[in-house]
Design a protein around this ligand. Structure first.
Ligand SMILES: Cc1cc2nc3c(=O)[nH]c(=O)nc-3n(C[C@H](O)[C@H](O)[C@H](O)COP(=O)(O)O)c2cc1C
Length: 391
């Protein structure tokens, strides 16, 4: 099972615990981060999209030019450009980067936030539209002859892209945990992205649902999860860092509340802060996270719900639980998810720049070694077993 390690490439040096400071759009940070991901053995980076952030497509093109092997998972919301044109945009990015493009289809959780860009469709309509959109993009990538289309959301004649993706197609990632997200994703997507870590038994249920949905359409699927990690050289140091994250979350939330009370349309270095416009608001996964937050503080080997509880108490965007420990301990816990069939990890801490090198140096080598050992064990031929040899 090929292991894919992903990061998040932002356009400014900010995280949930240090949202302020620095310019709202920082080309130097983009370049430094992109190079750091490239040099620290990350395979791919997610570049986010919403109705008020800079354009992820342009950021990906820039990052591609300053890196050599790093691939991209460009968040892209259907509904704003024609799918035929989006297909050509992605084919162009793919050729510019030597085959490193990837599209992460964002259907969107929050109706009110999508309306800022003029999208008044319901979430159900958006999921149907996303599936039609991906189907069209893939046909544009692969069809050598012009084709017509007359669908539920799109209609055109004689579509054709002169430029094709380097490897014939472009990987399509898909997020969203509602039943319709799975149903429509299974029709068109290659990779299903789980939004965050959850207890192993719940993750097993999610994987079963994803596999079931994809089995019904006969498509194969890779599954990835986002994984918050808090590392320390010793376990004690990791728990100290975890406590500091909660303190910083509290400070950030208080600062945000002060801005909201004072200014109405609150901004923080270019970010809109109104809770009603949070991109995660209205997402199906919230109930699951609230239930996790009400449970025990420590689950499985070292899954810590402290940040999830804190994000509810301080009304920040919901944070899924994190793995806390030394790199060896965290990698060991991540392997439990890998063994269940999760082959991609979008790893993130709370120190945007510093964590890239830390994860590259300490965590990723262990993960790659352990994943290779796991795969080798699975593929050992039966004849290698002592019983078979003596038989
Ligand atoms: C890895 C990952 C990255 C995401 N990135 C974005 C993003 O950049 N912008 C956004 O609005 N939603 C983003 N989402 C949210 C989803 O794509 C989806 O629209 C949302 O969860 C609503 O789905 P649901 O209510 O069906 O769960 C992301 C989700 C995942 C798993």
């Amino acid at each position: 099972m090929p292991l894919e390690i992903l990061g998040v490439l932002l356009h400014r040096n900010a995280s949930e615990t240090s949202p302020g400071g620095g310019p709202a759009f920082d080309v130097e940070t983009i370049e430094t981060m992109a190079r750091a991901f490239d040099e620290n053995d990350f395979d791919r980076v997610l570049i986010l999209q919403n109705s008020f952030a800079p354009d992820p497509f342009a950021i990906a093109s820039y990052a591609a030019a300053v890196t050599r092997r790093l691939a991209f998972m460009v968040a892209h919301r259907p509904g704003f450009v024609a799918p035929t044109m989006a297909a050509r945009m992605f084919a162009t990015l793919d050729n510019l980067s030597g085959g490193r493009a990837g599209v992460h289809v964002i259907t969107g959780a929050n109706d009110t936030e999508l309306q800022c860009d003029g999208d008044f469709r319901t979430k159900d309509e958006r999921y149907h539209r996303s599936a039609e959109y991906v189907d069209i993009m893939r046909r544009v990538w692969t069809c050598a002859q012009p084709f017509d289309h007359d669908g539920e959301y799109y209609r055109f004649t004689s579509a054709l892209s002169e430029l094709k993706p380097v490897r014939g197609t472009i990987p399509v990632y898909w997020g969203g945990s509602s039943p319709l997200a799975l149903e429509k994703g299974a029709e068109v997507a290659d990779v299903y992205a789980v939004g965050g870590l959850k207890p192993l038994d719940q993750m097993a249920d999610t994987i079963a649902h994803v596999r079931g949905a994809w089995a019904r359409t006969g498509r194969s699927v890779r599954i990835q999860t986002s994984a918050r990690v808090i590392l320390g050289d010793t376990e004690e140091q990791a728990w100290k860092a975890a406590a500091e994250v909660v303190d910083a979350l509290r400070e950030t939330a208080l600062d945000q509340q002060r801005r909201l009370a004072g200014e109405g349309e609150a901004m923080s270095t270019g970010m809109r802060l109104e809770p009603k416009l949070a991109t995660t608001r209205g997402g199906f996964g919230r109930n699951e996270l609230e239930a996790i937050a009400q449970g025990r503080e420590l689950l499985d080997k070292r899954l810590w719900t402290g940040i999830t509880k804190a994000s509810i108490s301080f009304s920040t965007p919901m944070l899924p639980p994190a793995l806390v420990g030394t790199a060896e301990q965290v990698a060991d816990a991540m392997m439990d998810y890998y063994a269940m069939g999760i082959s991609g990890f979008l790893i993130r801490g709370f120190d945007l720049l510093g964590d890239i090198a830390l994860h590259g140096r300490n965590l990723i080598p262990i993960l790659r070694r352990r994943a290779a050992e796991h795969d080798a064990q699975l593929s050992e031929p039966a004849s290698a077993a002592p019983f078979a040899q003596s038989a």
